[in-house]
Ligand binder design. Sequence first.
Ligand code: SAM
Ligand code: SF4
Length: 327
Amino acid sequence: MELRDTFERVIDYLRISITDRCNLRCIYCMPEKGIQLFDHREILTYEEITRVVVIAASLGVRKIRLTGGEPLTRKNIFFLISSLKAINGIEDISLTTNGMLLDKYARGLADSGLNRINISLDTLRPERYKEITRGGDISLVMNGIDAAEEAGLLPIKINMVPIRHINDDEITDFARMTLGTPRHVRFIEFMPIGSRDLWNDERYISSDELKITVEKIGPLMPVRLRKRGPAKYFKFDGAPGVIGFISALTHHFCGECNRLRLTADGRLRPCLFSETEIDLKPALRKQPSDKEIERLLRLSIQVKPEGHNINQRDDLSSLKNMSRIGG
Ligand code: SAM
Ligand code: SF4
């Protein structure tokens, strides 16, 4: 079975935020004091998440990404992963993490059935890491990356958000990582979403500008890694690693968007940049029949917009933080 939206896009990917809590306070993602958190009772239980995925898989969803907040702060994540892994139709489970707890969890994640992992890392300098994350310890992340590699959670993808005057002097250091290791380094355009504490036009660096900076090291050759997805991939001649550019703002990937999002409090969000959400929780908690959940899943795909017209000058401060939507 294939799930197609009104614009003939195949929707086979569900990103699930399993918590809005986080053990860091990255300056571009969250205010220093944190955000208003959902009450525990508002958060979907693992059983509820699994039920949604069973129905989504029966409709054609094949790939799941767990995110947050920080997904590794939620208890018993191994149980959730093994439950999702056992679902008929689910082919790939991945997770996005800040890596603080990864050293401890990598082996268990792999053993539970996790296929791949993305690690968010915006600097390679310990002091700067502490500043950007407001207190994080980079040595834990580095150990976590090694542990994930040893556990076979490959390829390791490192996501960096370059921000002018914050970490833009490290863009080439990150790109050089791909010369000596098979890691994927992906540069994600800074988005004017959620907390506007840091945002201004000038801080934003487009993927085109990032590519020019990276090419100071040497020419990049295009690589086709996947049929669809938001990243454009390249590599240096002979390099084992790959470089990706994810440009939500400049080069819209809407035409290839294959995803739906599920927030930690049970709302289906068809587009990151639109506030349209469909609340699954009443049906999950009150209705014994899966038919209503299936109807709401189909509805969220029907209302998925063709695209967004966001650019870096737009004020999106009213949109929820990435940590609430599940970036
Ligand atoms: N806590 C996990 C982590 O940091 O990987 C998962 C959740 S976090 C919200 C997911 C991703 O969103 C991270 O890679 C983070 O860098 C990115 N992100 C958060 N706010 C952003 C913003 N304003 N612009 C671009 N990326 C952002
Ligand atoms: Fe937490 Fe991830 Fe947001 Fe950083 S980017 S504050 S680690 S949710």
